[in-house]
Structures are given as C-alpha cells and as structure tokens.
Design a protein around this ligand. Sequence first.
Ligand SMILES: Cc1cc2nc3c(=O)[nH]c(=O)nc-3n(C[C@H](O)[C@H](O)[C@H](O)COP(=O)(O)OP(=O)(O)OC[C@H]3O[C@@H](n4cnc5c(N)ncnc54)[C@H](O)[C@@H]3O)c2cc1C
Length: 423
Amino acid sequence: MTDLEWDTLVLGAGVLGCATAYHVMRSDPDRRVLLLDRNPRPAQGNTRRSVALFRDLFTSSTNQALASSTIALFDHVEGELGHNLGLKRFGYYWMMDPGKLDDLRPVLEDLERHGSDLEIHDRSDVRALLGEHIELDPVPPLDRGPLGSVAGAVMARNAGTLSPSRLAGWFEMEFRALGGRVEYGFTVDRLVPESVRGNGFRVWEDGRVAAVEGASGRLRAREFVVAAGAMTPSLLDPLGVDSHVKPRTRQAFGLVGEGATALHERNGFPGGHLPVMVLPSAGVYLKPVGSQRMLLAGCADDLGRPFGLDEDPQPEAEFLRDQIRPVVEGYLPGMKGAEVKVSWAGQYHSNTIDGNPYVFKESNLTVVAGASGSGIMKSDAIGRVAAAVHLDQRSTELFDGHRMNVADLGIKGRKVAPEALII
Ligand SMILES: Cc1cc2nc3c(=O)[nH]c(=O)nc-3n(C[C@H](O)[C@H](O)[C@H](O)COP(=O)(O)OP(=O)(O)OC[C@H]3O[C@@H](n4cnc5c(N)ncnc54)[C@H](O)[C@@H]3O)c2cc1C
C-alpha cells in the first residue's frame, strides 16, 4: 500500500454520499474508493430524519430534470430490479393563493404542455376534491395576519414517498458490489491541507487536501468528495472553502384524530389515495401516512428560524402550537384537536440563493451540498453530477437519458433558474 492509499475518499454516507460513491465507481471501476461516515451504517444523518417525499413538480428545469430522472431510477430499482424501496405514489396537491397561482400559472401551463403529469385546478375543483374538509377563505386567529385564500391548486401525480434508508442502502450495496470500500464509525475532525509537494503548505504553492483526520487516525487520499450534509460548512469553513450553504432546522409532527382519519377515508382522489397537501400559507404541508391514518405536518419557516448547526435538533411543541396548527386548522378545520403521535427534527443544508443543489470542485475537493428539502428525490441525479465533476467530465447522462452540463450546478458557471416551489 502506498502512503496515498485511496484514489477517492467520500466523506458522508447519507443518500448523497452513497449515490456519489456508487456513480464514481460505476464510471471508473478501477478506482480505489472509500466511503466514510461517523455512524455505524449509511443514512443515519439527516437522510433518516427526512419526511421522504418525492415529486417532479419544480419550476427550475434543472430541478425537474434532477427529480424526474431520479424518480425513474426509483421505479427501475423497485419495478425491474425487485429491490423494495417502499415506493408509494399518491401525488402532491399544492394549493396556492391568488398571487402565487397567477405568478406560477405560465410555468405550470408550460410544464403541462411539455408532458408533466399534472393538472391545474381552480377553486371549484379544490372544493370538489376536498369537499367540506377545506376552508377556502380561512379566518386567521384573532389579532394575526391573514391566511391566503385558496385560489386553486396543482395536482402533480408523479409524486409520493419511499424509504430513504433503503434507497441509500441500495446505492451503498451497489457501490460495494463494484469493489468500493466503506469505513464506518470514523468521525472526521478536520480536512488536512498540504502543498502538492507533500510537505506542509505555503501560500505561494498549489494546495490540496491530503487527508481526513479524527480520533481514529488519518486517512489519506488523492481526491475527496465532501457530502457531509449539514456538517459541510463546519468542515469546509476552517479550510477557507465556501460551501455556499447553511444548516437550518426543520421539523415534522405526525397528527392523528378524527379529522385526519376523515381525510384519509374520503373518496375521489386520483389513484384512490389522499395526496400530500401543501397549504397556501408558509409552505405548510401534510403527508398522508395511510397505515396510521396520520398526517405528517411540516413547514418551510425561514424568517425567524436561525441558521446554525445543531447536531441533535429537537421538535418544538410551541412551534407546532403557534405556527403550524393555526395554518392547518385554518384550512382544514376538522384537524382541530388532532393529537401528536410522533415528532422529530433534522437539518437542511440550505441553498438560500436559488433553491437548486450545488456541486463544485475546488482543488482536489468535490463538494455536494445545498440539496435543501429535496436531496432524496434528486439523489441519483445529484450523485451522477457529482461523480462527473469529481472525474473532471463536462456533462453526465441522467438515468432517463437526459444530458446535463455539470457546470450548471457549479459556482462559477452556474446556470439554473431560481426555484419557486420550495418547502
Ligand atoms: C425534516 C426534514 C424533512 C425532509 N423531507 C424531505 C423530503 O420529503 N424529500 C427529500 O427529498 N428530502 C427531504 N429532506 C432533505 C433530505 O433529508 C436531505 O436533502 C438529504 O438527506 C441530504 O442527504 P445528505 O447525504 O447530503 O446528508 P446526510 O444524510 O445528513 O448525510 C451526511 C452524512 O455525513 C456524515 N458526517 C457528517 N459530518 C461528518 C464527520 N465530521 N465525520 C464523519 N461523518 C460525517 C453524517 O453522519 C451523515 O451520515 C428533509 C430533511 C429534513 C430535515
């Protein structure tokens, strides 16, 4: 063994690190690749804390391509390879107030014309679908600002849920089958820079990262991929590499009771299943968990929600009470008094500029970040882009055959449209 043992060291075995490691091995089977994580197995970071939804409904064509090709991969893995990902399709029902619907109508109509499996509904369609369960003009709690009226909705059918840990496990299994190696239980404290000559680092020399270092020792590699999720800025800031993302806590609350049961039992939804409902205010969404007659509620709270790494974020009862419940109960009055069956919190690594992921290379470091609330649903495509960036390729083919110019997701040659449908 040489001192530079690994050709590539992938730091982070969340869904994005696993997907990237797999695609690096696929593209270059002779490469010696190590996938490393501090946890004892893959997908134990924020991948495990996700709400696990997928959709191909995005306003940025880059996000659409990333998500729709990844969803096609899900279908392939489960349908053709027979690997159970726990895939369920039940659609997204994204309700909007008049301003948002007017703004997005041209993009949505364009998507519809170009074959996206979606339907634009007006107010009366929303009423027909949700009946008396929905309040189209909700009254806000006393002394509080208005909750927007429901002007219409988009029903996106290529959407649903799957098991993120099974998905990450599949990428990791395929990576190992190709000869990739894993090292679990290794916490990286820092990335160690040195000059390309290999002895210390002087400002006038070309620098690179030479190793990762932690209490378990040092691991050297020629090249690195950092896919450390919300930890990415803390690992890169000390190096002077800007990840362009910030960690932010997001929460999920499973609500049960008569209102949730009644919604689950209502007939007439396309496919016969209650879809994910996104309410017009603050991106409050409700994911159906049919087996438990539960609705998992979350919210895209930005202003007032501080950035910052929290390694063990906890759900806040007062956030549910003061922020989420008034919105849910305003639009869905039957949800009043719903009990909390389960709750948890995790962290996004948020791209605050345009809502598309970042994949870029600095020196011998490939950074995969900014997946915000959609890293799972775009994982295969992000992994392909990251592998191509890592291997200095200009473009990559996504699972569905779409070709993507990888610089589009980078920093310098970035070419993406801002995303309007973020949760
Ligand atoms: C509440 C919530 C709901 C969400 N809902 C959805 C959803 O519905 N759909 C969707 O697509 N996405 C959703 N997301 C986002 C999704 O979870 C992320 O985009 C995705 O999991 C990111 O994967 P990752 O591999 O980048 O990060 P992670 O899964 O966090 O992986 C990073 C890995 O790096 C390891 N690591 C970090 N630092 C170190 C270190 N110093 N040493 C060693 N190992 C280290 C960690 O242990 C971890 O395993 C949600 C997120 C949250 C928090």
